[in-house]
Design a protein around this ligand. Sequence first.
Ligand code: SF4
Length: 477
Amino acid sequence: MKDGKNLDSHGTEINVTPIKEREKSIHVNSGECGMNMNCDGNSVSGSVSQRACVYCGARVVLNPITDAYHIVHGPIGCASYTWDIRGSLSSGEEIYRNSFSTDLREKDIIFGGEKKLTEAIKEIVEQNNPKLIFVYSTCIVGVIGDDTQAVCRQAEKDYGIRVIPVFSPGFAGNKSMGYKAACNALISLMGEEKQEKVEGINFLGDFNLSGEMWMLTNYLKNLGINIISKITGDASYDEIIKAPSATLNIVQCAGSMTFLAKKMEELYDIPFVKISFIGVEDTIQSIRTIVDVIGDEEMKEKAEKFIEEMFAKTDKELAYYREKLKGKKAAINVGGAFKAISLIKQFNDLGIQTVMVGTQTGKKDDYEIIRSISDEGTIILDDTNPYEIEKFVKQTEADILVGGVKERPLAYKLGLAFVDHNHERKHPLTGFEGAINFAREVHESVNNPVWKFIKQEKMKGDDNYVKELCELECESM
Ligand code: SF4
Protein backbone atom coordinates (compact mmCIF):
# COMPACT_ATOMS: atom_id res chain seq x y z
CA MET A 1 0.00 0.00 0.00
CA LYS A 2 1.48 3.34 -1.02
CA ASP A 3 -0.32 6.71 -0.87
CA GLY A 4 -3.47 4.75 -0.08
CA LYS A 5 -3.07 2.64 -3.24
CA ASN A 6 -2.44 -1.10 -3.58
CA LEU A 7 0.61 -1.42 -5.83
CA ASP A 8 2.17 -4.61 -7.12
CA SER A 9 5.93 -5.26 -7.18
CA HIS A 10 6.25 -3.26 -10.45
CA GLY A 11 4.49 -0.27 -8.90
CA THR A 12 1.30 -0.86 -10.93
CA GLU A 13 -1.93 -0.18 -9.09
CA ILE A 14 -4.03 -3.28 -8.54
CA ASN A 15 -7.66 -2.80 -9.36
CA VAL A 16 -8.52 -5.13 -6.53
CA THR A 17 -12.17 -6.08 -6.59
CA PRO A 18 -15.54 -5.00 -7.87
CA ILE A 19 -16.84 -5.18 -4.27
CA LYS A 20 -15.82 -1.96 -2.55
CA GLU A 21 -16.22 -3.42 0.97
CA ARG A 22 -13.56 -6.06 0.20
CA GLU A 23 -10.80 -3.56 -0.54
CA LYS A 24 -9.50 -3.39 3.04
CA SER A 25 -9.21 -7.21 3.13
CA ILE A 26 -6.78 -7.22 0.20
CA HIS A 27 -3.26 -5.92 0.63
CA VAL A 28 -0.01 -5.96 -1.25
CA ASN A 29 3.04 -6.45 0.93
CA SER A 30 4.81 -3.09 0.75
CA GLY A 31 7.63 -4.20 3.03
CA GLU A 32 6.43 -1.83 5.75
CA CYS A 33 4.68 -2.73 9.04
CA GLY A 34 1.11 -1.70 9.84
CA MET A 35 -0.81 -3.39 7.04
CA ASN A 36 -4.01 -3.13 9.10
CA MET A 37 -5.88 -6.02 7.49
CA ASN A 38 -9.65 -5.93 7.78
CA CYS A 39 -10.31 -9.45 9.10
CA ASP A 40 -11.98 -11.64 11.73
CA GLY A 41 -15.44 -10.46 10.70
CA ASN A 42 -18.40 -11.72 8.73
CA SER A 43 -18.14 -12.24 4.99
CA VAL A 44 -19.19 -9.40 2.72
CA SER A 45 -22.55 -10.00 1.10
CA GLY A 46 -22.19 -11.07 -2.55
CA SER A 47 -18.57 -12.08 -2.19
CA VAL A 48 -19.18 -15.90 -2.41
CA SER A 49 -16.73 -16.53 0.39
CA GLN A 50 -14.53 -19.65 0.33
CA ARG A 51 -15.30 -19.92 4.06
CA ALA A 52 -17.60 -22.59 5.52
CA CYS A 53 -20.55 -21.78 7.80
CA VAL A 54 -20.65 -21.68 11.64
CA TYR A 55 -22.09 -25.20 11.88
CA CYS A 56 -19.44 -26.58 9.53
CA GLY A 57 -16.69 -24.93 11.63
CA ALA A 58 -18.06 -26.61 14.75
CA ARG A 59 -18.46 -29.96 13.03
CA VAL A 60 -14.92 -30.14 11.65
CA VAL A 61 -13.49 -29.63 15.13
CA LEU A 62 -15.72 -32.14 16.95
CA ASN A 63 -16.15 -34.77 14.26
CA PRO A 64 -12.80 -36.56 14.78
CA ILE A 65 -13.90 -37.70 18.29
CA THR A 66 -14.20 -41.31 17.28
CA ASP A 67 -16.86 -42.59 19.67
CA ALA A 68 -19.15 -39.54 19.57
CA TYR A 69 -22.55 -39.51 17.84
CA HIS A 70 -23.19 -36.33 15.90
CA ILE A 71 -26.86 -35.40 15.44
CA VAL A 72 -27.37 -32.57 13.00
CA HIS A 73 -30.65 -30.94 13.99
CA GLY A 74 -31.84 -29.48 10.70
CA PRO A 75 -32.67 -30.32 7.11
CA ILE A 76 -30.78 -33.26 5.62
CA GLY A 77 -28.61 -30.98 3.47
CA CYS A 78 -26.61 -29.66 6.43
CA ALA A 79 -25.71 -33.22 7.47
CA SER A 80 -24.75 -34.39 4.02
CA TYR A 81 -22.73 -31.22 3.38
CA THR A 82 -20.42 -32.15 6.25
CA TRP A 83 -20.56 -35.94 6.13
CA ASP A 84 -17.14 -37.56 6.52
CA ILE A 85 -15.41 -34.35 5.50
CA ARG A 86 -12.12 -34.99 7.21
CA GLY A 87 -9.66 -37.75 6.50
CA SER A 88 -9.30 -38.20 10.28
CA LEU A 89 -8.27 -41.72 11.15
CA SER A 90 -9.25 -43.73 14.20
CA SER A 91 -7.40 -46.34 16.23
CA GLY A 92 -10.69 -47.57 17.73
CA GLU A 93 -14.34 -46.67 17.12
CA GLU A 94 -15.60 -45.75 13.66
CA ILE A 95 -18.97 -44.34 14.64
CA TYR A 96 -17.84 -40.75 14.02
CA ARG A 97 -17.79 -41.49 10.29
CA ASN A 98 -21.60 -41.62 10.26
CA SER A 99 -23.88 -38.64 10.07
CA PHE A 100 -27.19 -38.54 11.95
CA SER A 101 -29.85 -35.98 11.13
CA THR A 102 -33.31 -35.05 12.36
CA ASP A 103 -34.14 -34.38 8.70
CA LEU A 104 -36.48 -31.45 9.48
CA ARG A 105 -39.37 -30.99 7.02
CA GLU A 106 -41.96 -28.27 6.47
CA LYS A 107 -44.29 -29.60 9.20
CA ASP A 108 -41.45 -29.56 11.76
CA ILE A 109 -40.61 -25.98 10.82
CA ILE A 110 -44.21 -24.95 11.45
CA PHE A 111 -44.84 -26.93 14.65
CA GLY A 112 -41.25 -27.12 15.98
CA GLY A 113 -38.58 -29.81 15.83
CA GLU A 114 -37.98 -30.55 19.53
CA LYS A 115 -40.10 -33.71 19.48
CA LYS A 116 -38.20 -35.05 16.52
CA LEU A 117 -34.89 -34.32 18.23
CA THR A 118 -36.03 -36.08 21.41
CA GLU A 119 -36.98 -39.12 19.29
CA ALA A 120 -33.65 -39.07 17.43
CA ILE A 121 -31.68 -39.08 20.68
CA LYS A 122 -33.88 -41.89 22.04
CA GLU A 123 -33.34 -43.97 18.91
CA ILE A 124 -29.56 -43.61 19.06
CA VAL A 125 -29.50 -44.43 22.77
CA GLU A 126 -31.68 -47.53 22.37
CA GLN A 127 -29.81 -48.87 19.38
CA ASN A 128 -26.21 -47.95 20.16
CA ASN A 129 -25.68 -47.36 23.87
CA PRO A 130 -23.56 -44.20 23.34
CA LYS A 131 -21.48 -42.32 25.92
CA LEU A 132 -21.57 -39.02 24.11
CA ILE A 133 -23.88 -37.25 21.65
CA PHE A 134 -23.39 -33.80 20.15
CA VAL A 135 -26.48 -31.99 18.88
CA TYR A 136 -25.78 -29.25 16.33
CA SER A 137 -28.31 -26.46 15.75
CA THR A 138 -28.42 -25.42 12.11
CA CYS A 139 -29.86 -22.25 10.55
CA ILE A 140 -33.51 -23.19 10.58
CA VAL A 141 -33.34 -24.33 14.22
CA GLY A 142 -31.97 -20.90 15.11
CA VAL A 143 -34.91 -19.34 13.25
CA ILE A 144 -37.73 -21.45 14.71
CA GLY A 145 -36.13 -21.28 18.17
CA ASP A 146 -36.16 -24.95 19.22
CA ASP A 147 -34.84 -25.18 22.78
CA THR A 148 -32.10 -27.74 22.04
CA GLN A 149 -30.47 -27.04 25.41
CA ALA A 150 -33.59 -28.15 27.26
CA VAL A 151 -33.95 -31.27 25.07
CA CYS A 152 -30.29 -32.22 25.66
CA ARG A 153 -30.54 -31.55 29.42
CA GLN A 154 -33.59 -33.79 29.66
CA ALA A 155 -31.89 -36.55 27.62
CA GLU A 156 -28.87 -36.44 29.96
CA LYS A 157 -31.24 -36.93 32.91
CA ASP A 158 -33.20 -39.70 31.20
CA TYR A 159 -30.27 -41.74 29.92
CA GLY A 160 -27.35 -40.80 32.21
CA ILE A 161 -25.04 -39.99 29.29
CA ARG A 162 -23.56 -36.78 27.93
CA VAL A 163 -25.77 -35.02 25.36
CA ILE A 164 -24.17 -31.71 24.49
CA PRO A 165 -25.84 -28.96 22.41
CA VAL A 166 -23.63 -27.11 19.95
CA PHE A 167 -25.05 -23.68 19.15
CA SER A 168 -24.13 -23.33 15.50
CA PRO A 169 -26.80 -21.83 13.20
CA GLY A 170 -25.04 -20.86 9.99
CA PHE A 171 -26.16 -17.24 10.21
CA ALA A 172 -24.84 -16.72 13.77
CA GLY A 173 -21.47 -15.45 12.51
CA ASN A 174 -18.58 -16.95 10.56
CA LYS A 175 -16.55 -20.14 10.67
CA SER A 176 -14.52 -18.89 13.69
CA MET A 177 -17.78 -18.71 15.63
CA GLY A 178 -18.25 -22.40 14.87
CA TYR A 179 -14.79 -23.15 16.28
CA LYS A 180 -15.79 -21.28 19.42
CA ALA A 181 -19.06 -23.24 19.67
CA ALA A 182 -17.05 -26.49 19.38
CA CYS A 183 -14.60 -25.33 22.08
CA ASN A 184 -17.52 -24.48 24.38
CA ALA A 185 -18.94 -27.97 23.77
CA LEU A 186 -15.57 -29.48 24.71
CA ILE A 187 -15.45 -27.45 27.92
CA SER A 188 -18.94 -28.65 28.72
CA LEU A 189 -17.70 -32.23 28.17
CA MET A 190 -14.65 -31.77 30.41
CA GLY A 191 -16.60 -30.00 33.13
CA GLU A 192 -15.45 -26.87 34.92
CA GLU A 193 -13.82 -28.62 37.89
CA LYS A 194 -10.04 -28.78 38.32
CA GLN A 195 -8.54 -32.31 38.39
CA GLU A 196 -5.52 -33.71 40.20
CA LYS A 197 -2.47 -33.03 38.01
CA VAL A 198 -0.71 -35.75 36.04
CA GLU A 199 2.64 -34.97 34.38
CA GLY A 200 1.79 -34.84 30.67
CA ILE A 201 0.42 -32.78 27.81
CA ASN A 202 -2.72 -32.35 25.74
CA PHE A 203 -2.20 -32.00 22.00
CA LEU A 204 -4.81 -29.49 20.75
CA GLY A 205 -5.67 -28.76 17.12
CA ASP A 206 -4.47 -31.77 15.19
CA PHE A 207 -7.19 -33.82 13.53
CA ASN A 208 -5.23 -36.96 12.66
CA LEU A 209 -5.56 -36.45 8.92
CA SER A 210 -3.83 -39.45 7.34
CA GLY A 211 -2.58 -40.45 10.79
CA GLU A 212 -0.62 -37.24 11.44
CA MET A 213 -1.55 -37.20 15.13
CA TRP A 214 -0.06 -40.69 15.53
CA MET A 215 3.16 -39.67 13.84
CA LEU A 216 3.59 -36.48 15.86
CA THR A 217 2.66 -38.01 19.21
CA ASN A 218 5.21 -40.75 18.49
CA TYR A 219 7.91 -38.08 18.15
CA LEU A 220 6.90 -36.75 21.56
CA LYS A 221 6.46 -40.14 23.25
CA ASN A 222 9.96 -41.14 22.07
CA LEU A 223 11.32 -38.10 23.90
CA GLY A 224 9.57 -39.29 27.08
CA ILE A 225 6.53 -36.98 26.92
CA ASN A 226 3.26 -38.37 28.27
CA ILE A 227 0.22 -37.58 26.10
CA ILE A 228 -2.89 -37.21 28.27
CA SER A 229 -5.38 -36.24 25.60
CA LYS A 230 -5.48 -35.70 21.85
CA ILE A 231 -7.98 -32.98 20.91
CA THR A 232 -9.59 -33.95 18.69
CA GLY A 233 -7.75 -36.25 16.24
CA ASP A 234 -8.32 -39.92 17.20
CA ALA A 235 -9.81 -38.75 20.50
CA SER A 236 -12.36 -40.64 22.57
CA TYR A 237 -14.79 -39.65 25.30
CA ASP A 238 -12.67 -41.28 28.04
CA GLU A 239 -9.54 -39.51 26.86
CA ILE A 240 -11.05 -36.03 26.56
CA ILE A 241 -12.54 -36.01 30.04
CA LYS A 242 -9.02 -36.52 31.45
CA ALA A 243 -7.66 -33.43 29.67
CA PRO A 244 -8.04 -31.06 32.68
CA SER A 245 -5.39 -33.10 34.56
CA ALA A 246 -2.59 -32.21 32.08
CA THR A 247 0.27 -29.87 32.95
CA LEU A 248 0.68 -28.33 29.47
CA ASN A 249 -1.38 -27.75 26.32
CA ILE A 250 0.32 -27.60 22.94
CA VAL A 251 -1.78 -25.90 20.25
CA GLN A 252 -1.28 -26.74 16.59
CA CYS A 253 -4.33 -25.26 14.84
CA ALA A 254 -4.32 -21.93 16.64
CA GLY A 255 -7.33 -20.63 14.68
CA SER A 256 -9.67 -23.27 16.04
CA MET A 257 -8.10 -24.07 19.40
CA THR A 258 -6.67 -20.92 20.98
CA PHE A 259 -10.06 -20.17 22.53
CA LEU A 260 -10.11 -23.63 24.15
CA ALA A 261 -6.48 -23.32 25.32
CA LYS A 262 -7.24 -19.97 26.97
CA LYS A 263 -10.36 -21.38 28.64
CA MET A 264 -8.40 -24.39 29.93
CA GLU A 265 -5.71 -22.10 31.32
CA GLU A 266 -8.38 -20.10 33.12
CA LEU A 267 -10.32 -23.10 34.46
CA TYR A 268 -7.65 -25.76 35.09
CA ASP A 269 -4.38 -23.73 35.28
CA ILE A 270 -2.94 -25.40 32.19
CA PRO A 271 -0.50 -23.12 30.37
CA PHE A 272 -0.27 -23.42 26.59
CA VAL A 273 2.22 -22.91 23.78
CA LYS A 274 1.44 -22.52 20.09
CA ILE A 275 3.35 -24.85 17.80
CA SER A 276 3.22 -25.94 14.17
CA PHE A 277 4.49 -29.21 12.77
CA ILE A 278 4.18 -28.05 9.17
CA GLY A 279 7.54 -27.93 7.40
CA VAL A 280 11.03 -28.75 8.67
CA GLU A 281 11.77 -25.34 10.18
CA ASP A 282 8.58 -25.19 12.22
CA THR A 283 8.75 -28.87 13.20
CA ILE A 284 12.22 -28.34 14.68
CA GLN A 285 11.13 -25.12 16.36
CA SER A 286 8.04 -26.82 17.83
CA ILE A 287 9.99 -29.73 19.31
CA ARG A 288 12.43 -27.26 20.90
CA THR A 289 9.59 -25.10 22.25
CA ILE A 290 7.85 -28.07 23.85
CA VAL A 291 10.95 -29.51 25.54
CA ASP A 292 12.04 -26.03 26.65
CA VAL A 293 8.72 -25.46 28.39
CA ILE A 294 8.87 -28.88 30.02
CA GLY A 295 12.40 -27.98 31.12
CA ASP A 296 13.90 -31.47 31.45
CA GLU A 297 17.63 -31.35 30.49
CA GLU A 298 17.84 -35.02 29.53
CA MET A 299 14.79 -34.61 27.30
CA LYS A 300 16.35 -31.56 25.66
CA GLU A 301 19.45 -33.57 24.78
CA LYS A 302 17.37 -36.40 23.39
CA ALA A 303 15.36 -33.88 21.34
CA GLU A 304 18.50 -32.34 19.82
CA LYS A 305 19.77 -35.77 18.80
CA PHE A 306 16.41 -36.62 17.24
CA ILE A 307 16.33 -33.29 15.38
CA GLU A 308 19.86 -33.75 14.09
CA GLU A 309 19.13 -37.23 12.82
CA MET A 310 15.78 -36.39 11.21
CA PHE A 311 17.02 -33.12 9.72
CA ALA A 312 19.95 -34.83 7.99
CA LYS A 313 17.66 -37.49 6.51
CA THR A 314 14.97 -35.02 5.43
CA ASP A 315 17.32 -32.41 4.05
CA LYS A 316 19.00 -34.97 1.84
CA GLU A 317 15.68 -35.89 0.25
CA LEU A 318 14.55 -32.28 -0.04
CA ALA A 319 17.70 -31.37 -1.97
CA TYR A 320 16.37 -33.32 -4.98
CA TYR A 321 13.07 -31.39 -4.95
CA ARG A 322 14.77 -28.02 -4.41
CA GLU A 323 16.61 -28.60 -7.64
CA LYS A 324 13.32 -29.33 -9.48
CA LEU A 325 11.31 -26.50 -7.93
CA LYS A 326 13.72 -23.59 -7.83
CA GLY A 327 12.22 -20.37 -9.18
CA LYS A 328 8.56 -21.48 -9.17
CA LYS A 329 5.80 -19.30 -7.75
CA ALA A 330 3.11 -20.40 -5.30
CA ALA A 331 -0.31 -19.10 -4.25
CA ILE A 332 -1.86 -20.19 -0.94
CA ASN A 333 -5.44 -20.07 0.29
CA VAL A 334 -6.04 -22.06 3.47
CA GLY A 335 -8.26 -21.96 6.55
CA GLY A 336 -5.93 -21.08 9.39
CA ALA A 337 -3.10 -18.55 9.47
CA PHE A 338 -0.77 -20.95 11.33
CA LYS A 339 -0.80 -23.17 8.25
CA ALA A 340 -0.25 -20.26 5.85
CA ILE A 341 2.73 -19.03 7.88
CA SER A 342 4.34 -22.48 7.93
CA LEU A 343 3.67 -22.95 4.21
CA ILE A 344 5.45 -19.71 3.28
CA LYS A 345 8.51 -20.94 5.22
CA GLN A 346 8.26 -24.33 3.57
CA PHE A 347 8.11 -22.78 0.10
CA ASN A 348 11.08 -20.54 0.93
CA ASP A 349 13.03 -23.65 1.87
CA LEU A 350 12.19 -25.20 -1.51
CA GLY A 351 13.26 -22.07 -3.40
CA ILE A 352 9.64 -21.23 -4.30
CA GLN A 353 8.40 -17.66 -4.02
CA THR A 354 4.98 -17.19 -2.42
CA VAL A 355 3.13 -14.60 -4.50
CA MET A 356 -0.35 -14.78 -2.95
CA VAL A 357 -1.48 -15.80 0.56
CA GLY A 358 -5.05 -15.98 1.81
CA THR A 359 -6.59 -17.32 4.99
CA GLN A 360 -10.20 -17.76 6.10
CA THR A 361 -9.77 -17.05 9.80
CA GLY A 362 -6.52 -15.10 10.26
CA LYS A 363 -6.26 -12.32 12.86
CA LYS A 364 -4.46 -8.96 12.50
CA ASP A 365 -1.31 -10.28 14.26
CA ASP A 366 -1.21 -13.33 11.99
CA TYR A 367 -1.37 -11.14 8.90
CA GLU A 368 1.49 -9.04 10.23
CA ILE A 369 3.60 -12.22 10.56
CA ILE A 370 2.59 -13.25 7.03
CA ARG A 371 3.65 -9.82 5.78
CA SER A 372 6.98 -9.98 7.61
CA ILE A 373 7.99 -13.37 6.20
CA SER A 374 6.71 -12.90 2.64
CA ASP A 375 8.30 -10.90 -0.17
CA GLU A 376 7.45 -7.37 -1.09
CA GLY A 377 4.68 -7.48 -3.69
CA THR A 378 3.02 -10.59 -2.25
CA ILE A 379 -0.77 -10.28 -2.31
CA ILE A 380 -2.32 -10.97 1.10
CA LEU A 381 -6.04 -11.71 1.41
CA ASP A 382 -8.57 -12.34 4.15
CA ASP A 383 -11.72 -14.38 3.50
CA THR A 384 -11.30 -14.24 -0.25
CA ASN A 385 -13.54 -15.52 -3.05
CA PRO A 386 -13.12 -17.36 -6.38
CA TYR A 387 -13.09 -14.13 -8.39
CA GLU A 388 -10.14 -12.75 -6.45
CA ILE A 389 -8.24 -16.04 -6.40
CA GLU A 390 -8.56 -16.33 -10.17
CA LYS A 391 -7.57 -12.72 -10.70
CA PHE A 392 -4.51 -12.84 -8.46
CA VAL A 393 -3.12 -16.23 -9.47
CA LYS A 394 -3.26 -15.02 -13.08
CA GLN A 395 -1.80 -11.65 -12.26
CA THR A 396 1.06 -13.08 -10.19
CA GLU A 397 1.62 -15.92 -12.68
CA ALA A 398 1.58 -18.49 -9.89
CA ASP A 399 2.63 -22.00 -10.91
CA ILE A 400 0.73 -23.76 -8.13
CA LEU A 401 -2.17 -23.17 -5.76
CA VAL A 402 -2.29 -24.75 -2.29
CA GLY A 403 -5.71 -24.95 -0.70
CA GLY A 404 -8.61 -27.25 0.09
CA VAL A 405 -11.68 -28.76 -1.45
CA LYS A 406 -13.06 -25.44 -2.73
CA GLU A 407 -9.79 -24.29 -4.30
CA ARG A 408 -9.13 -27.54 -6.17
CA PRO A 409 -11.69 -27.03 -9.01
CA LEU A 410 -10.63 -23.41 -9.37
CA ALA A 411 -7.01 -24.42 -9.88
CA TYR A 412 -7.85 -27.13 -12.38
CA LYS A 413 -10.17 -24.86 -14.35
CA LEU A 414 -7.33 -22.36 -14.56
CA GLY A 415 -4.95 -25.07 -15.76
CA LEU A 416 -2.89 -24.64 -12.60
CA ALA A 417 -1.04 -27.22 -10.49
CA PHE A 418 -2.70 -27.86 -7.11
CA VAL A 419 -1.83 -29.35 -3.70
CA ASP A 420 -4.57 -30.25 -1.21
CA HIS A 421 -3.46 -29.19 2.25
CA ASN A 422 -6.83 -29.71 3.84
CA HIS A 423 -9.29 -32.37 4.90
CA GLU A 424 -9.35 -34.89 2.14
CA ARG A 425 -5.73 -35.70 1.54
CA LYS A 426 -4.47 -39.20 1.88
CA HIS A 427 -0.91 -38.73 3.10
CA PRO A 428 0.61 -36.86 6.04
CA LEU A 429 1.95 -33.37 5.38
CA THR A 430 3.22 -32.61 8.87
CA GLY A 431 6.49 -33.47 10.59
CA PHE A 432 9.69 -34.47 8.80
CA GLU A 433 7.99 -37.18 6.75
CA GLY A 434 5.24 -34.73 5.78
CA ALA A 435 7.79 -32.16 4.56
CA ILE A 436 9.11 -34.73 2.08
CA ASN A 437 5.59 -35.74 1.02
CA PHE A 438 4.73 -32.09 0.48
CA ALA A 439 7.81 -31.39 -1.65
CA ARG A 440 7.13 -34.54 -3.68
CA GLU A 441 3.51 -33.55 -4.25
CA VAL A 442 4.41 -30.00 -5.25
CA HIS A 443 7.01 -31.35 -7.68
CA GLU A 444 4.68 -33.98 -9.15
CA SER A 445 1.94 -31.42 -9.61
CA VAL A 446 3.96 -28.43 -10.87
CA ASN A 447 6.21 -30.43 -13.15
CA ASN A 448 3.48 -32.71 -14.44
CA PRO A 449 3.46 -32.90 -18.27
CA VAL A 450 -0.35 -32.53 -18.24
CA TRP A 451 -0.04 -28.73 -18.05
CA LYS A 452 1.65 -28.70 -21.45
CA PHE A 453 -1.38 -30.39 -23.01
CA ILE A 454 -3.74 -27.94 -21.33
CA LYS A 455 -1.62 -25.21 -22.83
CA GLN A 456 -2.16 -26.83 -26.22
CA GLU A 457 -5.94 -26.56 -25.75
CA LYS A 458 -5.66 -22.92 -24.82
CA MET A 459 -3.54 -22.24 -27.87
CA LYS A 460 -6.13 -23.57 -30.34
CA GLY A 461 -7.06 -20.77 -32.70
CA ASP A 462 -3.78 -19.05 -32.02
CA ASP A 463 -1.52 -18.41 -35.03
CA ASN A 464 1.39 -20.03 -33.24
CA TYR A 465 -0.68 -23.09 -32.34
CA VAL A 466 0.72 -25.49 -34.94
CA LYS A 467 4.30 -24.42 -34.33
CA GLU A 468 4.07 -24.73 -30.53
CA LEU A 469 2.07 -27.96 -30.73
CA CYS A 470 4.90 -29.52 -32.75
CA GLU A 471 7.41 -28.33 -30.17
CA LEU A 472 5.39 -29.75 -27.26
CA GLU A 473 4.88 -33.07 -29.00
CA CYS A 474 8.60 -33.32 -29.73
CA GLU A 475 9.37 -32.55 -26.04
CA SER A 476 6.96 -35.18 -24.72
CA MET A 477 8.26 -37.93 -27.02
S1 SF4 B 1 -25.46 -22.28 6.27
FE1 SF4 B 1 -27.16 -23.04 7.54
S2 SF4 B 1 -28.38 -24.30 6.13
FE2 SF4 B 1 -26.34 -24.06 5.21
S3 SF4 B 1 -25.15 -25.84 5.93
FE3 SF4 B 1 -24.75 -24.16 7.35
S4 SF4 B 1 -26.26 -24.50 8.98
FE4 SF4 B 1 -26.97 -25.70 7.22
